[in-house]
Structures are given as structure tokens and as C-alpha cells.
Design a protein around this ligand. Structure first.
Ligand code: ADP
Ligand code: MN
Ligand code: MN
Ligand code: MN
Ligand code: MN
Length: 339
């Protein structure tokens, strides 16, 4: 008996890392992480090594049923190590693991809204050849062939995520034609981040079968068209129990150099998307507010009404690294909440 294990990792492409994967045939049957050996790859082909010392190590960190191959086959999320087993410089997961260990007692959880855009050739899906579709207005959560492009891919991706056991909490059509969103969480920092990377891999892989590509480009069409973000919803146990902690978290994100410290790691091209238009706050001005989709951080109305819940950091780009945004939010907010 053998099974197929698809080892998935994050490469060293600048400024935005890409997903890579390759298949290992393993004897026996899958039995969690223990059945999955450490593996290697050619780091000189992924911007993770020089050719003269190119071996890099893949260490399995999470395993999911493979919804595409089915049967006993699995998807294996990996982190990249050097051959001395230290984290490779492209490995942003290792730093999150440290911060999660430090602040885990506060029980931080995240729900991340992943927006993305389908492309067919060089055009967003639904854009006519050599022109533009009708202006934005009817596409968000729309229905009907005139407004919706790619629903068959979206449904197949959702089913694949659910079969893989990912904690998807919903999907919706977005403001620009061909643009969609899925949400992962709420889950603990490492869990939500591993699962978001796997959900992204499944998005690309599912769309392959439809001869469609998907991109996390934060501003796929210049001009009066919405960009693509990754709103990051966050709470700790104290925030889920009281409003003071909600305000403490919002205030901590505005202190000193924090706004810039965060935004510069919220995805390449952030200043193209956070312009102050299209439901964004300007990238260089921090603000928070109840129900305010023009603020950096939104407190949902229900949270104000209940006096507890979570906050939404609206700044991260669609191409953000979830290991980084969750680490920064836990570090900043949990440090302040600890005082
Ligand atoms: P929006 O109204 O901004 O479009 P969505 O419904 O798309 O919001 O996404 C909200 C996300 O917040 C979901 O992933 C949801 O699971 C998550 N969420 C809900 N409650 C919490 C919480 N207490 N802490 C963190 N995330 C939460
Ligand atoms: Mn080879
Ligand atoms: Mn949403
Ligand atoms: Mn959205
Ligand atoms: Mn949102």
C-alpha cells in the first residue's frame, strides 16, 4: 500500500512569495504528521539558495485529506529549514510559533477574509476584450450571468476546502467583476495561517481544471475598481468578554511607530490599494471606528452593541503573508492587553 502526499511550501520569490508543491509516494497508510518524513528540494530554483549549496529541507507541519486526489492521499503543509534544521530566512512561520507560545494564554483567534481575482488570459474574468464592463455597483453578492463570473470555480473550491477539513466560514462575490472572497476561521494563529495557505493552494489548483487563473494582486485593475484585501478579524479571550479590551487593542495599534511597522508588512503594493478611496483608509493614517469601512480598523456594530467581540484590521492586502499579519497583531495587541 502506498499513498500520495503533496508537500506544499512557500518559496523565496520577492516581493511576494509563491506557493510550490511536489508529490511524494509514501509506503503504508497516512497516520497524521508522524507518517510523513522530512523531505528536500532544490532551493536554487525557488530563490531560497545559491546553486553551489542548494539543498533545503521541507518539514511537515500540518496535514489534510487531499480533496482532489481523494482516497488516502494527503496535502502536507511544510515549513522550510536549512540543512542544519534552523528556520530558513524565508520561513515566517517559525517567528509566529514563538509569539503564539508567548501569548497563547490570551487565546488569540483570527478570521481572515481572503479576496482574490480570477483571470482568463490577461483579462479579469468578466471583462470584455479591449474594454471594461459596466461600472461597479451590482456585482457585490450579486446573482445572474450579467454580474457573476466564475461561480462554478468558486463552488468547486469551496467543496475542496471543506473536504480538506479547512475551517472555511463563508464565501461571497466581491465589488469588482471576477473578484471573490472566502473566509477562514476563527482559528488560532498558526492554524488559521496554515489553513489559509492551503486554501490558496487549493484555489490555484482547482482553477487549473477550469483553465482559469486566480491572483492575489492587491490592485489588479488600476483606476476606479476595488482592490483586493485580506481583512483580518482578531480577538482574545478578554476582547470576547468585554469592551475595554476591544478599545485597548484598537489604541495599541495606533501607538508610536506601530501603524507603519504593521502596514509595511501587510503585503507588497499596499500604498496602491490603501488610498483612502474604495472603502480603505490611507496607508499612512491610522484610525479606528465603529462600523466605519473607511477606517484602518473597524469595530463591527454588533460588537459595540454587545460590548464585546472582535476587531477587523482592514489594512492587509490580499497578498499578505498570514504568518506575518497574525504575528504582528498578537504581538502588538497582546503586549498591550497584558499590562
Ligand atoms: P465582513 O462583514 O467584514 O465582510 P466576514 O463575514 O466576511 O465580514 O468575515 C468576518 C470573519 O470574522 C469571519 O471569518 C468570522 O469567522 C470571523 N470572526 C467572527 N468572530 C470572530 C472573533 N471573535 N474573533 C476573530 N474572528 C472572528
Ligand atoms: Mn530533479
Ligand atoms: Mn467579508
Ligand atoms: Mn470583502
Ligand atoms: Mn471585512
Amino acid at each position: 500500500m502506498t499513498f500520495k502526499a503533496e508537500y506544499i511550501w512557500i518559496d523565496g520569490t520577492e516581493p511576494t512569495a509563491k506557493l510550490r508543491s511536489k508529490t511524494k509516494i509514501i509506503a503504508g497508510s497516512p497516520d497524521g504528521l508522524d507518517a510523513l518524513p522530512i523531505w528536500g528540494f532544490d532551493g536554487s530554483s525557488t530563490n531560497q539558495a545559491e546553486g553551489h549549496a542548494s539543498d533545503r529541507v521541507l518539514k511537515p507541519v500540518a496535514v489534510y485529506p487531499d480533496p482532489i486526489r481523494g482516497g488516502d492521499d494527503v496535502l502536507v503543509m511544510c515549513e522550510v529549514l536549512n540543512i542544519d534544521m534552523t528556520p530558513h530566512e524565508s520561513n515566517t512561520r517559525a517567528a509566529l510559533a514563538e509569539v503564539e507560545a508567548e501569548f497563547g494564554a490570551q487565546e488569540p483567534i483570527f478570521g481572515i477574509e481572503q479576496e482574490y481575482t480570477f483571470f482568463e488570459g490577461d483579462r479579469p474574468l468578466g471583462f470584455p476584450v479591449g474594454g471594461f464592463p459596466a461600472a461597479q455597483g451590482g456585482y457585490y453578492c450579486g446573482v445572474g450571468t450579467d454580474e457573476i463570473h466564475g461561480r462554478d470555480v468558486v463552488e468547486a473550491h469551496l467543496d475542496n476546502c471543506l473536504k480538506a477539513g479547512l475551517g472555511i466560514s463563508g464565501i461571497n462575490a466581491e465589488v469588482m467583476p471576477g473578484q471573490w472572497e472566502f473566509q477562514v476561521g476563527p482559528l488560532a494563529p498558526l492554524e488559521v495561517s496554515d489553513q489559509l495557505w492551503v486554501a490558496r493552494w487549493l484555489l490555484y489548483r482547482t482553477a487549473e481544471d477550469f483553465k482559469i487563473s486566480a491572483t492575489l494582486d492587491p490592485k489588479p485593475v488600476k483606476g476606479d475598481w476595488n482592490g483586493a484585501g485580506a481583512h483580518t478579524n482578531f480577538s482574545t479571550k478578554a476582547m470576547r468578554e468585554g469592551y475595554d479590551a476591544i478599545i485597548t487593542a484598537c489604541e495599541s495599534l495606533g501607538e508610536g511607530s506601530k501603524p507603519l511597522d504593521h502596514v509595511k508588512h501587510y503585503g507588497a503594493g499596499i500604498d496602491d490599494r490603501l488610498t483612502g478611496l474604495h472603502e480603505t483608509a490611507p496607508w499612512n493614517e491610522y484610525s479606528y471606528g465603529v462600523s466605519n469601512r473607511g477606517a484602518s480598523v473597524r469595530i463591527p456594530w454588533q460588537v459595540e452593541k454587545d460590548g464585546k467581540g472582535y476587531i477587523e484590521d482592514r489594512r492587509p492586502n490580499a497578498n499578505v503573508d498570514p504568518y506575518v499579519v497574525t504575528r504582528l497583531l498578537v504581538d502588538t495587541c497582546c503586549s498591550a492587553l497584558e499590562k
